[in-house]
Ligand binder design. Structure first.
Ligand code: HEM
Length: 642
């Protein structure tokens, strides 16, 4: 019987090979017969470059098949999965300080200090860490020549938001040993730093034979609001008031500061004023949930109020990210339907509000599933996930302040006033600058300013000479060239280069520079740095250079990691699945999450007049003077992309 199935598989693989790019033959041979046929469909659509042009419901079908394939073949565990006595999740109906006790069969999964997982098997590059030289790559292909923005699509709140999320999810443990990068002669006069020193990523043995070493995540990778609560008990202790469940916040609605002038918050490393005001906003949100719960449930004490409010606030953050931020980042009808589908399912919000979660992930949404799903791999975020979130080009050179004492014009736009250089808004100095500006003025200014675009030659020069900080937010003595460092980091962490990365994600690889972009100037520069060696193209450069799908602010290559991991953050977490209910969140708390749809809703709760006066756009993440989209009578699922 086994022989017969093997025989059928061999025959079908052999016939499938004829229609499939040869680089995928091995991958297809490892798939089940059904998955191999599903891949054939996905691959055929890819060859035509068609999926994003399909009617929305067909585009969604493509994406759900692709996501299924990645759930099966693009998740690799790093480190051991502890086997022991199963704990009882009912003993922990709340998010713990360090992320333990979320996954029912593996108490440590997703906790602080666990391994980064993998979406692509590690590619050892120890012999070519400096090939081509990271300073050359940064200078010739990344460094900003002239600021390129995202038009009206994505504003500075959106850029700050994603950094706020990064500070919830990932950060690498470093070695105590430093290394140095020196600018080669050919580019030295164009590099703000002729050399710089930084700490290596700590490489930790896994005790396993397949992936022998890995790096540790010092933030909890769960979507648990750790940018405001911290990733361990000690930090949590710093931010709590221990009264009525609340967190510390200053009278002026900004974060408090310690004796060193460092903000009191869950995560303060390598931050700036834009992230600081989002942290402050969600501390206010947390405290408002505490007030409501205390009014409703009089006998809840400090600890219970804190726990429930943390669940609610983290879920609000995850929801804003899923159905508001991402929808602006990937501004197409297919992704609008897909992201709402992840939260509410194809049956939609009205249905879910009335009848609760019905059906599986497709009909009812990932959120509220009866059981968390980790696809057989303990939850973690991955090295590849970190690499595709290297989005420093979103940052401009200065922040354009607005005069909010003036009257708004017909697009609700306030007049421009001072330009504040970005370096004066980072770190401790940035916190001081922020207290002079104030919450509303900074939020409105960021709302009206477009972010940078993820394109070649758009990496801020000021980040090529920046003070990096340690985990406590203290400035380090050494300045770093972040653009060069990022190129080095991906290599050091064995992240596949661009073409291998695509191959491993079942995306058609490139064979010449013209396959990445049709911009001749970029093609020439790629040629100059890498010659004809397309396999050497660094991931970060490829992600910037890749021609973007219309409406997408990121590359398709990066998007595939999002497709897999954005769903995983929700479906692997029991507080978004089996424990996403009134019993765990309280009735009021659950209502709070269900009735909050966007960042605008959160802003309106705490600053009721601000968006009415200054925001013309529909989403707080697009540039605020842009008009809301005109109504479209065609039902979303049946729309055809223009
Ligand atoms: C003023 C704003 C920012 C500053 C000063 C800053 C600075 C830094 C620094 C110093 C590092 C550590 C580099 C290393 O040692 O490897 C880093 C890492 C990183 N940053 Fe930023 N950054 C800023 C904004 C952003 C934004 C907007 C994003 C967008 C997603 C972002 C994403 C990342 C990612 C993904 C990492 C890697 C984290 C890791 O290695 O685990 N950063 N940043």
């Amino acid at each position: 019987m086994i022989r017969l199935t093997e025989l059928i598989k061999k025959l079908s693989s052999a016939s499938l090979h004829r229609f499939i790019h040869q680089d995928f033959h091995e991958a297809v041979d490892r798939m089940t017969i059904i998955d191999a046929f599903l891949f054939l469909i996905v691959h055929s659509i890819d060859k035509l470059g068609l999926w994003h042009r399909l009617p929305v419901f067909l585009g969604l079908l493509y994406l759900s098949v692709r996501r299924h394939l990645h759930q099966e073949y693009s998740l690799f565990n790093v480190g051991r999965s502890p086997t022991g006595v199963r704990y009882n999740p009912a003993d922990y109906p709340y998010r713990t300080a360090d992320g333990k006790y979320n996954e029912p069969f593996n108490e440590g999964a997703g906790s602080q200090g666990t391994f980064f997982g993998r979406n692509v098997l590690p590619v050892n590059q120890k012999d070519k860490l400096k090939k081509p030289d990271p300073m050359v790559v940064a200078t010739r292909l990344l460094a900003r020549k002239k600021f390129i923005d995202t038009g009206k699509q994505f504003n500075m709140i959106a850029a700050s938001w994603i950094q706020f999320m990064i500070h919830d999810w990932v950060d690498h443990l470093e070695e105590t040993e430093q290394i140095e990068l020196v600018a080669p002669k050919e580019v030295a006069n164009q590099c703000p730093l002729k050399s710089f020193r930084f700490y290596k990523t700590k490489e930790v043995p896994t005790g396993f034979w397949d992936i022998k070493s890995g790096a540790l995540n010092i933030r909890t990778p769960w979507w648990d609001g750790s940018a405001i609560y911290g990733s361990n008990e000690k930090r949590l202790h710093k931010v709590r008031t221990f009264k009525d469940g609340k967190l510390k916040i200053s009278e002026d609605g900004l974060l408090l500061h310690d004796q060193d002038g460092i903000a009191v918050s869950g995560d303060v490393r390598n931050s700036w004023a834009g992230v600081s005001i989002l942290q402050a906003l969600f501390v206010k949100e947390h405290n408002a949930v505490c007030d409501t719960l205390k009014r409703e449930y009089k006998d809840l004490g400090d600890e219970e109020l804190y726990r429930h409010a943390r669940l609610v606030t983290s879920a609000v953050i995850a929801k804003v990210h899923t159905i508001d931020w991402t929808v602006e980042l990937l501004k197409t009808d297919t992704l609008l339907a897909g992201m709402r589908g992840n939260w509410y399912g194809l049956l939609g919000k009205n249905f879910k509000d009335k009848f609760g979660h019905v059906g599986g992930a497709i009909l009812g949404g990932v959120v509220g599933l009866k059981k968390p799903e980790n696809h057989g791999v303990p939850y973690s975020l991955t090295e590849e996930f970190v690499s595709v979130y290297r989005m420093h080009s979103l940052l401009p050179d200065y922040l354009q302040l607005r005069d909010i004492s003036a009257a708004p014009d017909s697009h609700k736009s306030p007049p421009s006033t001072d330009k504040i250089p970005m370096p004066s808004l980072i770190g401790r100095g940035g916190e001081k600058t922020l207290s002079g500006i104030g919450f509303i003025k900074l939020m409105v200014s960021m709302g009206h300013q477009a972010s940078g675009a993820l394109e070649p030659w758009n990496y801020p020069m000021w980040l090529r000479d920046v003070v990096a900080q340690d985990v406590d937010g203290m400035d380090r003595p050494d300045h770093v060239d972040l653009a060069a460092l990022e190129v080095y980091r991906d290599r050091e962490r064995n992240v596949a280069r661009y073409n291998e990365f695509r191959r491993a994600l079942l995306l058609i690889p490139i064979s010449k520079w013209e396959d990445v972009t049709d911009d001749q100037e970029v093609i020439e520069a790629l040629h100059e740095v890498y010659g004809d060696e397309v396999e050497e193209l660094d991931l970060l450069v490829g992600l910037m250079a890749e021609k973007k799908i219309k409406g997408f602010a990121i590359s398709e290559t990066a998007f595939i990691i999002f497709l897999l991991m954005a769903t995983r953050r929700l479906e692997a977490d029991r507080f978004f699945t089996s424990n996403f209910n009134e019993e765990t969140y309280t009735k009021k708390g659950f209502e709070w999450v269900n009735s909050t749809e966007s960042l605008k809703d959160v802003l309106d709760r705490h600053y009721p007049e601000m968006t009415a006066k200054w925001m013309n756009s529909a989403s707080a993440f697009s540039v605020w003077d842009s008009p809301p989209p005109s109504p479209n009578p065609i039902p979303l699922l049946f729309r055809v992309p223009k």
